[in-house]
Design a protein around this ligand. Structure first.
Ligand code: ADP
Ligand code: MG
Length: 781
């Protein structure tokens, strides 16, 4: 059944060439007990390894069941070892972290025998070698002879045709050795047993054929066999280790060194801890920022001004300086500030106003309009009518006033008209956001309110403009303000036409004040922002409904002064020549223009803002550039700024944490490599039992997989535990609570990353392990 023809095997180390097998030809019977004798170094082990398929021959042929093995591939040899060969070594080579039953099962595990059958066969084999009472022990709980019995049981379990024993009694005392010899002799009645020994006495007593080796050559054969009978064709079942087997093998190995594994996993989890903490912090800070932004959002509406800045990308690229700065020429080049091109006149018209008014109230309930229409207001103070104003602008220091107007129109803070509610037309805006300190909410557009800030303060200039003679720090009782009556005078009563055709304010204030067409405006109450309201829009001072402004515009449009101005090329009040835009301004001032010069849209919440913006963008679709309406979204600009900053910080921190992750990956590689070195024997045994290279890789990959998952989980758990002390530290420093929050998605992703990196780091040593020469591995003692 087994025949060797002119087998040669040479080892070359440096310049030394050792002929380990030198032209060996021999045939074996189906069942016999062959003992191989010979001095040390004569090639006995090499012979066994070649016969068992652990080592390759250089030339010649080995014929198994009539089939040449010349064209055998690695997998054929693996299957051959697993199916047909049982190895027994001098040093037992049991895997110490597996129980003896598991050790015996290993070969069957590789060939995919079912769990029950495996257990059954393993126990049968162990009983057969006389270990029925020790099934649940570990190798280190057995004596040498018992361990060799386990090794024999392991070799027998898969019912091989050939049993190869390399000095099986070499490490045993003579009594125990005799028992083992009797066992092997018994087995040789059913199988071909080839046993290497240096004990001629044992060979004489038990074997029925003795072959002698010397310097790689066969120098004697007591019972040659040359009757080569064609036998059944060799039918080898391929071996294959399942992932599950690999995992459970690795798990058992890891289990035997729990402490070390834990430390390793913990050390390599530090990178994960770092990244998880950074992520949870940036996560939390982003949430805080978002929340703050939502609160500030109200104060930063989407603003559409008549004069806007077009900061679209194509304009921004134009701003880039010429490519040759600091030229050596001796000329000055005339240039236009590129920012000038940014100016965009928004063609706000009724169509657009209607479009804005059609915004879904679910997105924005408050839309405010600012108009530069002059309100002609008068109040009787000490029996004398006087001109008054609703504005906070210091009339004596116009420059500061202009500055403040600019700031307020940019930010939207401090406007003096309150938005009417798109939903109902009622002033729910005031009811929702302002408390009445005295008096009432306005009942109609002819009622206005005085807004005070959280300290009950109102703008000094605003109060002066209203006719209250106060200095900074002076206090006015509520009842002096509530109920104050102000006359709103329309243009026809306010302006008188001179003979020259000019219009000037009528100087007879008494007459103007008492005109029947005047509207009587009442200050209905003093209002203060609610403590929890984010909609702190109104400047401390008089606030009135936009409906009042609209009413004035509607009325004044028909006034004589407006008609006259429309037909004139000069300012009808000053006689100065005017044209174009400046005429529009005068017309607006006189109330001819019902189009507001600024529209402020207050989205209901952060998400609604995006939809409002999309709605506004839709208006521009397909329009020429000059017909487009450009809005400014200050809150959005701020979001981008802070968001970008947060992202940048996060990236930097993650980069640092990633370095520690890489470090731990290298560490895992080193640890796997050490583990490979430690487990050389085990790799050899697995190979002797028919494991493929792939299977060996799989065992180590499985081990690093377990390690990776474990260290990822430790990392996440530790990071999670860290969030609470980190949060209390941040809270004591910044009064922000619950900043660090670990996103579960991040947690899962990090465990996956840790696993992948660890497996990658361990894979190279695992490959090295798989490529280890089994014959060398098993020689190492
Ligand atoms: P034995 O088992 O009879 O003591 P071996 O088969 O182990 O002899 O060794 C036969 C010869 O081959 C010896 O000279 C040994 O040094 C050499 N040899 C065995 N394995 C290797 C190897 N992997 N590399 C180099 N030489 C080897
Ligand atoms: Mg040897």
């Amino acid at each position: 059944m087994l025949e060797l023809q002119n087998l040669k095997k040479v080892y070359k180390v440096g310049n030394t060439v050792t002929k380990a097998l030198d032209d060996v030809s021999v045939a074996f019977r189906q069942k016999e007990f062959v003992a191989i004798l010979g001095p040390s170094g004569s090639g006995k082990t090499t012979f066994l390894n070649v016969v068992g398929g652990l080592d390759r021959y250089d030339s010649g042929d080995m014929i198994i069941n009539g089939q040449s093995t010349k064209s055998f591939k690695d997998t054929d040899w693996d299957a051959y070892r697993n199916n047909s060969i049982g190895f027994v070594f001098q040093s037992y080579n049991l895997i110490s972290h597996l129980g003896i039953t598991d050790n015996v099962e290993l070969g069957m595990t590789l060939s995919g025998v079912s769990k029950e059958e495996k257990r059954q066969k393993a126990e049968d084999a162990l009983r057969r070698v006389g270990l029925g009472d020790h099934l649940n022990k570990k190798p280190n709980q057995l004596s040498g002879g018992q361990m060799q019995r386990v090794a024999i049981a392991r070799a027998l379990a898969n019912d091989p045709d050939i049993l190869l024993c390399d000095e099986p009694t070499g490490a045993l005392d003579s009594d125990t050795g005799i028992q083992i010899m009797e066992l092997i002799q018994e087995l040789s009645l059913e199988k071909l047993v080839i046993m290497v020994t240096h004990n001629p006495e044992l060979a004489e007593n038990y074997a029925n054929r003795i072959i002698e080796f010397s310097d790689g050559q066969m120098v004697g054969d007591s019972n040659p066999y040359d009757n080569t009978v064609e036998a059944d064709k060799l039918n080898l079942k391929r071996t294959k280790m399942s992932y599950f087997t690999a995992l459970s093998l690795s798990f058992k190995n890891i289990w035997t060194k729990k402490g070390r594994t834990f430390l390793t996993a913990f050390a390599s989890s530090i990178g994960i801890i770092g990244i998880a903490v950074v992520l949870s912090l940036s996560n939390g800070f982003q949430k805080q920022i978002d929340q703050t932004q939502a609160e500030t959002l109200a104060q930063f509406p989407i603003t559409i001004s008549q004069i806007a800045q077009d900061t679209s990308a194509e304009n921004l690229t134009n701003i880039e300086d010429s490519d040759e700065p600091f030229p050596k020429t001796s000329e000055v080049v005339a240039n236009v500030d590129p920012r000038e091109n940014f100016q965009h006149i928004n063609p706000i018209d009724e169509e657009f106003i209607d479009y804005v008014e059609n915004i879904d109230p679910a997105l924005s309930q408050h839309i405010n309009y600012a108009r530069s229409t002059q309100l002609n207001l008068m109040r009787e103070i000490d029996g004398e009518p006087q001109m008054v104003q609703f504005s906070n602008v210091d009339s004596e220091n116009q420059t500061t006033g202009d500055m403040m107007n600019m700031v307020s129109s940019m930010t939207g803070v401090g406007v003096s008209t309150f938005p009417h509610n798109l939903d109902s037309g009622n002033n729910t805006f005031l009811q929702d956001n302002y408390d009445v300190l005295s008096g009432n909410y306005p009942a109609n557009e002819n009622e206005v309110v005085l807004i005070v800030d959280e300290n009950n303060e109102a703008n000094l200039h605003g109060l002066n403009n209203l006719g209250f003679e106060v200095e900074e720090g002076d206090a006015i009782p509520f009842e002096d303000i509530v109920g104050t009556k102000i006359a709103l005078v329309y243009n026809n009563a306010y302006y008188e036409e001179l003979l020259t055709g000019n219009y000037v304010p009528n100087q007879d204030l008494e007459e103007v004040y008492n005109n029947d067409s005047n509207e009587i405006i009442t200050v209905s109450g003093v209002l203060r922002i609610k403590e929890d309201s984010p909609m702190d829009l109104l400047a401390p001072g008089i606030a009135y409904s936009d409906l009042l402004a609209q009413k004035v515009v509607n009325e004044n449009q028909k006034s004589d002064v407006v008609q006259a101005q429309e037909d004139s090329d000069v300012n009808v009040m000053t006689n100065e020549p005017i044209e174009g835009e400046s005429k529009d301004q005068v017309m607006t001032f006189l109330g001819a223009n019902e189009i507001p010069n600024t529209i402020m849209i207050y989205p209901n919440n952060f998400e609604a803002k995006d939809e409002v913006l999309a709605y506004l963008d839709e208006f521009n679709e397909g329009k020429a550039n000059e017909d487009k309406i450009i809005y400014s979204d200050l809150a959005g600009t701020m979001t981008e700024l802070t968001g970008g900053l947060m992202d940048a910080i996060t990236y930097v921190l993650i980069a640092f944490a990633a370095i520690s992750l890489i470090t731990s990956m290298i560490m895992i590689s080193i640890i796997t490599y050490t583990s490979v070195l430690e487990r050389t024997k085990e790799i050899g045994v697995l190979k002797a039992l028919g494991a493929r290279k792939k299977d060996i890789t799989r065992v180590f990959d499985a081990e690093t997989l377990i390690l990776g998952v474990f260290s990822g989980v430790i990392g996440i758990v530790v990071a999670y535990l860290l969030t609470s002390p980190i949060n209390s530290m941040i809270e004591s420093l910044t009064e922000l609570s619950n900043v660090a929050q670990l996103d579960p998605v991040h947690a899962i992703v990090l465990v996956i990353i840790s696993t992948i990196l660890t497996v990658l780091g361990g894979h190279i040593p695992a490959k090295m392990a798989a490529n280890k020469d089994a014959a060398i591995a098993l020689r190492a003692d």
